[in-house]
Design a protein around this ligand. Structure first.
Ligand SMILES: *Cc1c(COP(=O)(O)O)cnc(C)c1O
Length: 453
């Protein structure tokens, strides 16, 4: 009865995991109300009353700002747009270096390239998967202008140490909290512990409007510049001769009224979503404590985790089987998933960003190598080995599950931990059976498309 499914035994369960159901009557009604009222966007690209958008857009921004005490909240059509606006607003110029994490969605670093900034990758801390302060410090040069910190998987980076380094070197700190809405670091909400930050509202995230994002900052000037970049700032500066015009040409990064109306309702649900995920995660941590070769995540005193994903550390030697085989064996304990959301376990997260062609070939804008060639005497290094902790997590030690989410239950999480325990206890038999299969890397997709976005 206890025989692993991968060896022909009965699986832990045959019922698929329920899919997320994000929207209820509230969102439907909110969207229909906007349609009936007919004003689908309140923006006008000229100074004046309509420069900052319509009623729903402003109501959404104020709701989020008020709850977390952010001075300014600026909605955008995606968090990628938000990151681009931030890079412009903080004054990144061609040749400026921006310290980034290599272990994140690609936009957390490519945003710098749009303004000619050069992403310089620092390594992550093996405990938090977020930038390691010591590694950040080792990457600082006279050309460094900013650090983009990512609160990965919903956990928070070591912000006190990072802010100290930033102050010492006069650097601006951007917080990419796309995966960590509502997380707290030592009593402070993420987003404005650094100088500016924000959240994503794409459909994978805790709450969403299909697409969307929100920039938050306590800095007046950064907020104004983000608002300009969001909405054709070249038209705005003409009315205010005292404004600096560099980096203020704008895009159209505007959130629509329907999206905002939906997002207002979604935002009301964030506290209960966070509580639900936290209950499941706390339970799973307890269950996994003491399982040989598996280390559950830890949350520091005074901090909260948003549980976008639940990371675990894997020790192949202790468990007695290669990671890819382990993942395959655990997933075999569950029915074939019909969507990414139902996959019980994945490994490795995304490959280190510097392995992307944009860094390998050092070409982003045009054919000449701009902006990597702006600082003529400097050679940028994006070769393997520059961030060993990231590479190790990607290749060997990181396991992930997305099962700590609504509407899943303690029973679902128990099934997951039972599958893990079952496979760990049978690792010898399984690895003997699969000893000939040398190429485990082909067994599971290491890069899960959902977590890239
Ligand atoms: C989702 C995500 C982004 C991009 O957000 P979009 O709203 O999809 O543009 C950026 N950074 C991280 C860490 C993310 O998870």
């Amino acid at each position: 009865m206890d025989k692993p499914a991968i060896l022909g035994g009965d699986p832990v369960r045959t019922m698929p995991f329920s899919l997320r159901k994000c929207f209820g009557e509230e969102e439907k009604k909110a969207a229909v109300d906007v349609l009936e009222n007919g004003n689908l966007s309140g923006f006008l690209a000229a100074p004046g009353k309509y420069f900052n958008g319509g009623q729903k857009v402003q109501e959404f921004e104020q709701a989020w700002a008020k709850k977390y005490n952010f001075k300014h909240a600026i909605s955008v059509n995606s968090w990628t747009s938000g990151l681009m606006a931030i890079v412009g607003a903080i004054g990144i110029e061609p040749g400026d270096e921006v310290i980034c994490s290599p272990y994140t969605m690609s936009a957390s670093a490519t945003c710098a390239l749009f303004y000619g900034g050069i992403p310089v990758f620092a390594d992550i801390d093996p405990k938090t998967y977020c930038l390691d302060p010591a590694s950040i410090e080792s990457r600082i040069t006279s050309r460094t202008k900013a650090i983009i910190v990512v609160h990965l998987f919903g956990g928070v980076a070591d912000m006190n140490s990072i802010m100290k380094i930033a102050e010492r070197h006069g650097l601006i700190v951007v917080e990419d909290a796309a995966q960590a809405p509502g997380a707290f670091y030592k009593g402070k909400p993420v987003g404005t512990i650094g100088h500016i930050g924000g959240f994503s509202l794409n459909f994978h995230k805790h709450i969403h409007a299909g697409e969307g994002g929100l920039i938050v900052t306590d800095d007046e000037s950064f907020a104004l510049r983000c608002r300009m970049i969001r909405n054709h700032g070249e038209n705005y500066v003409d009315a205010y001769p005292e404004l600096q015009i560099n980096n203020t040409i704008g895009g159209n990064f505007r959130f629509t009224e329907i999206q905002a109306a939906i997002a207002i309702e979604q935002f009301k649900k964030l506290p209960s979503i966070l509580e639900h995920r936290n209950n499941l995660a706390s339970h799973l941590i307890q269950k996994l404590e003491g399982v040989r070769g598996i280390v559950p995540p830890t949350v520091d005193e005074g901090c909260t985790h948003s549980w976008y994903l639940f990371p675990m550390k894997y020790d192949a030697e202790e468990v007695g089987m290669p990671r890819a085989l382990f993942v395959r064996a655990v997933n075999a304990e569950f029915p074939e998933p019909s969507s990414q959301e139902q996959v019980a376990m994945t490994q490795g997260y995304v490959y280190p960003l510097y392995r992307s062609r944009v860094y390998q070939e050092q070409k982003a804008i045009g054919k000449s190598g701009f902006p990597f060639n702006v600082n003529e005497k400097i050679k940028y290094d994006y070769s393997d080995g520059i961030c060993p902790v990231t590479e190790d997590s990607f290749e060997k030690t990181l396991l992930l599950t997305g099962l700590v989410r609504e509407p899943l239950t303690i029973k679902d999480v128990d099934d997951f931990s039972s599958a893990i325990e079952k496979i760990v206890s049978h690792s010898k038999k399984i690895s003997i059976k699969f000893a000939d299969h040398s190429d485990f890397s082909q067994m599971e997709s290491t890069v899960d498309v959902a977590s890239r976005t």
